[in-house]
Write a protein that binds this ligand. Structure first.
Ligand SMILES: *Cc1c(COP(=O)(O)O)cnc(C)c1O
Length: 396
C-alpha cells in the first residue's frame, strides 16, 4: 500500500462521507502547483474553489501567518483587535463606506446578511428575500434555503420560510415578485456554482433600481467573485452598481478561513450589540493573512494581471473552442471562466487530473476555469495544452 492508499483508507473509514473525492492526497503547494503524497506534481487551475486566489502558500501570506501565530492566536470579540480594525478599514476603502462583520466562511457571511435583512424588515413585517435560480449561497440550513437549487434542499425540510426563487437576468420576473413582504434581493453577479452565468447588460442596474424603488436591500454575494477574480476588486465595481450588503470569503484569507459581511453605513445600525456574534470571527491570525492578501494585491499588481491574463486565457480557450465544436460557449469575466460543453464534463476533468491538472466541472457540463489571480502566461499555455489533450482523448 502506498502513502496515498493509506491516507485514503483512513479517511474513508473515519471521515463522514459527504464529499466525492479525487484520489489525490495533496501534501504541499506553491503558487499554482501542488504535490501529492507520491511526489506527483499538478497544475492547479481551480485552487481551493477560489480560496487560494494568490496561489498556494503565497510567501507574504505564509510569513504573516507564521509571525502572528507566535504573538497571539485568538482573543474573543468582546476585546479590541488591531488587525481586525485594520482589515475592516481596507475592505471599506476598497468597496464602499460602511462597516464589516467578520465570521469564518461564506455561508456565515451570508447568514449574517440574511439576519440583518430580517431585522431591517421586522418593523413592517417584511421578511421575504428574493434569490435566483441556479444561485449558491452556502450549506447552513438558511443559506442552503437561499440557494435556488432544489438538489441542495432535498431531505432537509422543513426549510426556513421567507425565500423565493426567480429566474436570473429576468428583470420583469423580479418586478413582478416584489410584494409587501419583500425585504431584500440577494444574488451573485456571476453565478459560480450554478454554471458561470454573468449578470447581463443592465440587469445589475435594474436590480439596484428596483431595490431603491421598493426600499429593499440589495445583497451581493461576492464570496466567489470578490478579491480581484473578475478583474475588479469586487464584481459589483465592473457592473457600476453599489450593493447595500456584500459578502466575502474564499480568497479573502489567502487560504485561511475568513468570511466578511460588509454593510453600507446607513444599514450598520440594524445589528446592534448582542444581536449577532462569531467566536472565531476575525481572529488575529486570519486577519493577518487577509491583510497580507491585500498587500500582495496592491504591490504585485494582481488586478492588472487578472485583466491581462483573463484576456489571454479567454483567447486561448476560444482557439480551443474553434477546434472542438462540443464546446458550446465560453462565459465569464476576468479569471472566472466557464466552458459549456454539449455533454458531461466529468470525464474531461478526470482525464485532466491524470494528465496533471486540476480543473472543476459544475452544473454537470460546465468546465470552470478559475486559476490563481497571479497565474502566468506559461502556466496558461500548459493548462490549455492539457485541456486540448483531454478533450481530444475524450473524442469530443
Ligand atoms: C463557496 C460559496 C459560498 C459558501 O462559502 P463557504 O465558505 O463554503 O460557506 C457562498 N456563496 C458563494 C457564491 C460561493 O461560491
Amino acid at each position: 500500500m502506498n502513502e496515498t492508499e493509506r491516507i485514503i483508507r483512513e479517511h474513508d473509514q473515519f471521515v463522514l462521507q459527504t464529499y466525492t473525492r479525487n484520489p489525490v492526497a495533496a501534501v504541499r503547494g506553491e503558487g499554482s502547483w501542488i504535490w501529492d503524497a507520491e511526489g506527483r506534481k499538478y497544475l492547479d487551475f481551480f485552487p481551493g474553489w477560489g480560496v487560494s486566489g494568490l496561489g498556494h502558500c503565497h510567501p507574504r501570506v505564509t510569513a504573516a501567518v507564521r509571525e502572528q501565530a507566535g504573538k497571539l492566536l485568538h482573543m474573543p470579540n468582546n476585546f479590541y483587535n488591531e488587525l481586525a480594525g485594520r482589515l475592516a478599514r481596507i475592505i471599506i476603502e476598497k468597496s464602499f463606506p460602511g462597516r464589516v462583520f467578520f465570521g469564518n466562511s461564506g455561508a456565515e457571511a451570508n447568514e449574517g446578511a440574511i439576519k440583518l435583512a430580517r431585522r431591517f424588515g421586522e418593523p413592517e413585517g417584511r421578511y421575504e428575500i428574493l434569490t435566483m435560480k441556479a444561485s449558491f449561497h452556502g450549506r447552513t440550513l438558511t443559506t442552503v434555503t437561499a440557494t435556488g437549487q432544489e438538489k441542495y434542499h432535498s431531505g432537509f425540510g422543513p426549510l426556513p420560510p421567507g425565500f423565493r426563487y426567480l429566474p436570473f437576468n429576468d428583470i420583469d420576473a423580479l418586478k413582478a415578485a416584489v410584494s409587501e413582504k419583500t425585504v431584500a434581493v440577494m444574488l451573485e453577479l456571476i453565478q459560480g456554482e450554478g454554471g458561470v452565468h454573468p449578470a447581463g447588460d443592465g440587469y445589475a442596474a435594474a436590480v439596484r433600481e428596483i431595490c431603491d424603488g421598493n426600499n429593499l436591500l440589495m445583497i451581493v454575494d461576492e464570496v466567489q467573485t470578490g478579491m480581484g477574480r473578475t478583474g475588479d476588486y469586487f464584481a459589483f465595481q465592473g457592473y457600476g452598481v453599489v450593493p447595500d450588503l456584500m459578502t466575502l470569503a474564499k480568497a479573502l484569507g489567502g487560504g485561511m478561513p475568513i468570511g466578511a459581511l460588509v454593510v453600507r453605513e446607513k444599514f450598520a445600525g440594524y445589528l446592534p450589540p448582542g444581536t449577532h456574534a462569531s467566536t472565531f470571527g476575525g481572529s488575529p491570525v486570519v486577519c493577518a493573512a487577509a491583510l497580507a492578501v491585500f498587500e500582495a494585491m496592491e504591490e504585485e499588481g494582481i488586478i492588472e494581471n487578472v485583466r491581462e491574463m483573463g484576456g489571454y486565457l479567454r483567447q486561448r480557450l476560444e482557439e480551443l473552442a474553434a477546434d472542438f465544436p462540443p464546446i458550446r460557449e465560453i462565459r465569464g469575466r476576468g479569471l472566472m471562466l466557464g466552458l459549456e460543453l454539449d455533454r458531461e464534463g466529468k470525464p474531461v476533468v478526470d482525464r485532466c487530473l491524470e494528465l496533471g491538472m486540476i480543473v472543476n466541472c459544475t452544473a454537470s457540463n460546465v468546465l470552470r476555469v478559475m486559476p490563481a489571480c497571479n497565474i502566468t502566461r506559461e502556466e496558461i499555455d500548459r493548462a490549455v495544452e492539457i485541456l486540448r489533450r483531454a478533450l481530444g482523448e475524450e473524442e469530443i
